[in-house]
Design a binder for this molecule. Sequence first.
Ligand code: SF4
Ligand code: SF4
Length: 83
Amino acid sequence: MALLINKSCVNCDMCEPECPNEAIVMGSEYYEIIPNKCTECIGYYDEPQCQKVCPISKCVVHDPNYVESEQQLWDKFAKLMDD
Ligand code: SF4
Ligand code: SF4
C-alpha cells in the first residue's frame, strides 16, 4: 500500500530527502507521495522512512486508494530498479 501525506503536513522538508525512491515531491500546498513510486520503503528499509522522520502525528498514513500486498510492493521495487 502506498503511503499518503495528508493536509496536516507543515512542509518541514524532513521526509523528502529520506525517500529512497524519490517518491516525495512538493505539491501545490504541501508534500505529496507519488503512489507508483512508493514501496513503503520495501527493498531499502524495514519501515517507511517518511513516517519515521515526520514530526506530525498521523500526517503520513496508508493510502486507501492504493492497497497493495507485500509481494506487489516487491514487484514495484523490482520494476523501479529496471526503469
Ligand atoms: S514509504 Fe518510503 S518509499 Fe514510500 S514515500 Fe515514504 S520514504 Fe518514500
Ligand atoms: S516530514 Fe511530515 S510534516 Fe514534514 S514535510 Fe514530510 S509529511 Fe510534511
